[in-house]
Design a protein around this ligand. Structure first.
Ligand SMILES: C[S@@+](CC[C@H](N)C(=O)[O-])C[C@H]1O[C@@H](n2cnc3c(N)ncnc32)[C@H](O)[C@@H]1O
Length: 276
């Protein structure tokens, strides 16, 4: 627990004295900057969007303890056991569904035994259909028109020619997350964050983000409302987002009976499928 951040914020769950953090889908490096401010020495980040990685690299220029890679979450270019904390916030919904299990397997590989995964994704509660990221698929022409009026695709251009493009934002149920996590991680904390206000504010902040007006007072007010919404636990039925904290299941180092000797296959138990 980290008291510099409120208890609904992913960084709150970075254990004190963590040595090395990997941020999967690090974008421009916000969480890595926050991790460094918490005293984490070794930082790793990866993102599929080359413009985002370039921006993160500029931020950490000359920092030899920060390795930033351009690539995809399902093939992490980092050593096994490289970090004691992995952060993967608002990323898995951007991956095509067939890549999601490999991303979890890779995060498991790069984490040390007993390492912590801090994870957020959109939740499948009542207000999921309001997700503005999916308006581009629902109303293609309108989205194209508004987008062109606001200066074009912005950082979305960074997806061009990559392993995958922009996909429909999937909103997850807890059962789906348990199924994805089950082989690799034991979920220890579930926090249902935000409800109706977050998607409304997301829609309203879109023009400010596209025009890079992050300093605008209206944008800042909308962020405050979004943060307030995230600070409340609305339960699965109404939640727009979910935060999970999970412990790595240990990697088996010895060959298993029955000839199954996959060194990366973690242990699992059926009893802890659900978080109490
Ligand atoms: C909504 S942003 C979240 C950024 C950051 N994690 C945060 O919480 O602020 C989603 C990020 O995931 C990245 N992303 C999407 N697909 C990815 C993939 N296959 N591998 C790595 N990063 C990916 C995007 O480029 C983008 O930077």
């Amino acid at each position: 627990m980290n008291r510099s951040f409120p208890n609904w914020h992913p960084m709150h769950f970075v254990p004190p004295k963590s040595n090395a953090v990997i941020d999967i889908g690090c974008n421009v490096g916000e969480s890595l900057v926050a991790a460094r401010a918490l005293g984490v020495k070794r930082l790793y980040g990866i993102d599929i969007n080359r413009y985002a990685v370039d921006a993160a690299r500029q931020r950490f220029a000359g920092d030899e303890d920060c390795a930033l890679a351009h690539g995809s979450a399902d093939e992490l270019p980092f050593d096994a056991n490289a970090a004691d904390v992995a952060i993967c916030t608002e990323v898995l919904e951007h991956l095509p569904s067939e890549l999601r299990p490999s991303a979890l397997r890779e995060i498991h590989r790069v984490l040390r035994d007993d390492g912590t995964l801090i994870f957020t994704v959109p939740a499948a509660g009542m207000f999921a259909p309001l997700d503005p990221a999916n308006l581009r698929f629902r109303f293609k022409s309108l989205y194209g028109f508004v987008s062109s009026r606001l200066g074009g695709p912005g950082r979305d251009r960074g997806y061009e020619g990559q392993k995958h493009g922009i996909v429909w934002h999937h909103h997850f149920t807890l059962d789906e997350l348990h199924a994805l996590f089950e082989p690799y991680f034991e979920i220890t904390t579930v926090r249902w964050r935000a409800s109706l206000l977050a998607p409304i504010c997301d829609i309203l902040t879109f023009p400010f983000a596209r025009l890079n007006r992050y300093d605008h007072p209206v944008y800042r007010a909308l962020v405050r409302v979004t943060n307030w919404d995230h600070s409340k636990d609305f339960g699965e039925a109404y939640a727009y987002n979910v935060l999970l904290v999970a412990k790595k299941r240990p990697t088996l180092s010895r060959p298993q009976p029955c000839g199954d000797s996959d060194a990366h296959e973690p242990t699992r138990t059926a009893s802890d499928r659900r978080v109490a």
